[in-house]
Design a protein around this ligand. Structure first.
Ligand SMILES: [Zn+2]
Length: 215
């Protein structure tokens, strides 16, 4: 049921997106064009200070950067920013921006899960999850970092049995809080469109995390 309604919603959104102008922006690090909501937005204040736009609504000229540490390093080059903005700029410290960006991406991930819960794309709790696995509805599983060992083994064996990938993310408390429930050892995702959204969020986070040793 939930799957159908989310897919219909997705088709509707896709249709609208195609009929309207797609919000694509160019990363000032690598020049690739991506959808704005997959990028980090920076804004330049009237004083020439370049800030990470955490709300997505900060006023001032916007600059976009991929969620990738290599792009972020390239983008935070004062000469490059001055050229792009045609003015002298104050560029923030890389480590500060990096930490802010990580927090922002975790926030986007939590928002994504919370929306998924509201859209009926998430199953949680031992019995509902066992049923959903039994009906082959589970597409992806998130296990809490502090899940009990025995329970984790059981969930992982279901995943193996049904060919369902899983990730370990957040604490039980956090997982529950995100979806507006008591603490949760695991949450299962059952809607394909939602899974695509979640993967996009997870990939952004991984690219920002993984890449620091590439620089
Ligand atoms: Zn880039």
């Amino acid at each position: 049921m939930a799957e159908t309604s989310i897919d219909q919603q997705h088709q509707k959104e896709q249709g609208q997106a195609h009929s309207r102008h797609r919000a694509e922006r160019t990363c000032i690090g690598c020049r690739a064009q991506r959808e704005a909501h997959d990028l980090l937005r920076f804004a330049c204040t009237p004083q020439g200070e370049v800030i990470l736009d955490v709300s997505g609504r900060a006023s001032g000229r916007g600059l976009y950067v991929c969620c990738d540490v290599v792009c972020l390093r390239k983008a935070l080059n004062p000469a490059k920013l001055a050229l792009a903005l045609k003015r002298s700029v104050v560029v923030p410290d890389f480590d500060t921006v990096y930490q802010e960006a990580m927090r922002l991406l975790y926030k986007r991930l939590r928002t994504c899960l919370s929306l998924g819960q509201k859209a009926g794309a998430i199953v949680s709790g031992y019995v509902p999850l066992r049923q959903a696995f039994g009906q082959a509805h589970v597409l992806y599983l998130i296990l809490a970092e502090d899940i009990a060992t025995g329970r984790a083994e059981e969930y992982r064996s279901w995943c193996t049995q049904h060919g369902v990938p899983y990730v370990t993310l957040f604490t039980k408390e956090e997982l529950g809080h995100i979806i507006g429930k008591p603490s949760r050892s695991a949450v299962g995702l059952i809607a394909p469109h939602f899974l695509k959204l979640l993967f996009a969020r997870l990939t952004s986070l991984e690219r920002l995390q993984a890449a620091d040793n590439r620089s």
